[in-house]
Design a protein around this ligand. Structure first.
Ligand code: FE2
Length: 526
């Protein structure tokens, strides 16, 4: 690992450095392994995503070596390589990967034969966010390890003295998240006189709770049973502890590669190259161009055995749904059959975060569902609520989750459902509300009509961004789980047309959606 003397990484300088170091590094690696270049079975290189100049430099070297020695070339996707090195070294088979690094923060899992991004940061990667805070506080780059040290001391002192964790913004939308607000708020705490240790502690507790929650949400949504860590930020012990605790509580297994394989490393690129070559898929020179924004779900997983897909067992009888934050079961309220939604306490997060989320979300959910219903949005009636206990009683609605319903619905029925959903979301937004977690798990279907459930992340807002995020989350879910976003007759486009027809202010939301998607998965934050 090489670090610049000061500041971050400059793409051009890093590429020049690659040029300078590559020949010696190759020689050292071959000497250490005791093999000659001509004995290599393949030359693997990272094709993207990443910094353009660096990718191009190494790709050129790889092509030259491949051509000169007549050795097969193989281009590897950087994000997929993190997942594969984890599968190879930890015993995970079909995991949900929390990939937390400087530039990237994504939750990735296999669905329909590809690795797909179920959630991601909507602004900057967690590593870059922590570095930003560190830089403002005059800490050396990279800031993460120093923040971890300070936070450890801050947490110990807080617990010794029985102090409350200060409240920072908590920004989770569906399986997406954002960090800018948390960083700014933590900086304000220091400006107001809080010790750096205490601020680092707060920053870690709140942002890592967000990372852990979106990972759990992806586990619940995909029904998978393994969690895997990847990326340099996953070296943080506190993050590891939180994800491990969450996995334990959920009955999922926890997998974490050794530290050297968590950070970006050559072994993961080489290993993925071996997998692709064994499956008989080298990369022809003509297809070996780098792609700075190469998408995870563009990669054909030629090496993966389809029988490796694992699903969680169904929840116990009586439990209607076991989401990431709540259990939903049949119940009884004064003799009436109802649905009880009970938020589940999470041992991985601090008590202050727990109270903030459980009582706050139950209170907001009750209010927002009631308001949505008054505005004519199809939602179940809230009959009673106890925010401190995280408990709600809802009118019983008979319906199947969209996820399951779509599997057996005709094209005509699907069209009807998504027209109805577009109109319902338009009405919701027009009423000044956003859902906040608009996945297909949260749309029930009764007689072919949609009913929106789970308003735990709903907000009252007139801003464009959260409205665009609602649409983005739905699109992600449709794409990742159902592959239902391509073509004018796809559920996504039927939904969009109905949304647009549903209210006069749809246009600015759609253009916000465009700019949001240009920021997210299609672009890194370099
Ligand atoms: Fe990486």
């Amino acid at each position: 690992m090489l670090r610049p003397d000061q500041g971050g990484i400059h793409p051009r300088e890093a590429a020049d450095h690659h040029v300078e170091r590559l020949p010696g590094l190759m020689r050292d690696a071959l000497n250490q392994a005791g093999v000659k270049v001509t004995e290599l079975d393949g030359i693997a290189f990272s094709q993207g995503p990443g910094l353009g100049p660096c990718l191009r430099t190494v790709a050129t070297a790889a092509r030259a070596l491949s051509a000169r020695h007549n050795i097969p070339l193989v281009g590897v996707n950087h994000c997929v390589a993190h997942l594969e090195i984890g599968r190879a070294t930890t015993g995970a088979t079909d995991p949900v990967l929390l990939y937390a690094s400087g530039a990237n923060t994504q939750v990735i899992a296999e669905a329909r034969g590809r690795y797909r991004v179920f959630g991601e940061t909507l602004d900057i990667g967690i590593g870059n966010a922590l570095d930003k805070f560190a830089r403002e506080q005059g800490m050396p780059f990279p800031g993460g390890p120093r923040i971890e040290e300070l936070a450890l001391a801050g947490r110990a002192r807080r617990q010794e003295n029985g102090l409350e964790l200060p409240v920072l913004p908590y920004s989770v939308k569906g399986m997406d998240l954002a960090f800018s607000g948390s960083i700014k708020a933590a900086q304000r705490l220091v400006t107001k006189g809080m010790s750096l240790e205490a601020a680092c502690d707060a920053l870690q507790e709140w942002t890592f709770a967000m990372l852990t929650e979106v990972t759990e949400r992806a586990l619940a949504h995909t029904e998978k049973t393994e969690v895997l860590l990847g990326g340099g930020v996953a070296r943080n012990r506190r993050l590891q502890e939180m994800v491990q605790t969450m996995a334990g509580e959920r009955g999922a297994s926890y997998h974490c590669p050794e530290p050297a394989l968590l950070s970006d490393n050559g072994a993961m690129i080489a290993w993925n190259g071996i997998l692709a070559l064994r499956a008989g898929h080298p990369t022809p020179i003509a297809a070996s161009d780098v792609d700075q924004k190469q998408r995870t779900d563009d990669i054909n997983l030629t090496w993966r055995d389809p029988s490796e897909v694992r699903f969680a067992p169904k929840p116990d009888a009586g439990v209607l749904a076991r989401g990431a934050e709540a259990e939903v079961r049949h119940g009884d309220l004064a003799g009436r059959a109802v649905v009880l939604k009970q938020r589940i306490p999470k041992a991985y997060r601090d008590l202050a975060i727990e109270r903030f989320l459980v009582a706050g979300r139950t209170r907001r959910e009750t209010r927002h569902m009631t308001e949505a219903r008054l505005a004519g949005v199809p939602v179940p009636a809230v009959l009673d609520a106890d925010p401190e206990a995280g408990l709600m009683a809802l009118a019983l609605v008979r319906g199947a989750p969209t996820k399951e319903w779509m599997a057996s619905a005709s094209a005509l029925q699907t069209r009807g459902l998504f027209e109805g959903l577009g109109a319902a979301v338009a009405r919701l937004h027009e009423a000044g509300l956003v859902h906040g977690d608009l996945t297909t798990s949260n749309v029930l279907v009764t007689d072919g009509n949609p009913i929106l459930i789970d308003f735990g992340l709903a907000e009252r807002t007139l801003e464009l961004e959260p409205r665009a995020v609602d649409l983005h989350v739905l699109q992600e879910a449709l794409e990742a789980t159902h592959g239902a976003t391509a073509g004018p007759d796809s559920p996504w486009h039927i939904f969009l047309a109905a949304y647009q027809a549903g209210w006069s202010d749809a246009e600015p939301v759609l253009s916000q959606l465009g700019s949001l998607q240009a920021r997210g998965r299609y672009m890194s934050s370099h």
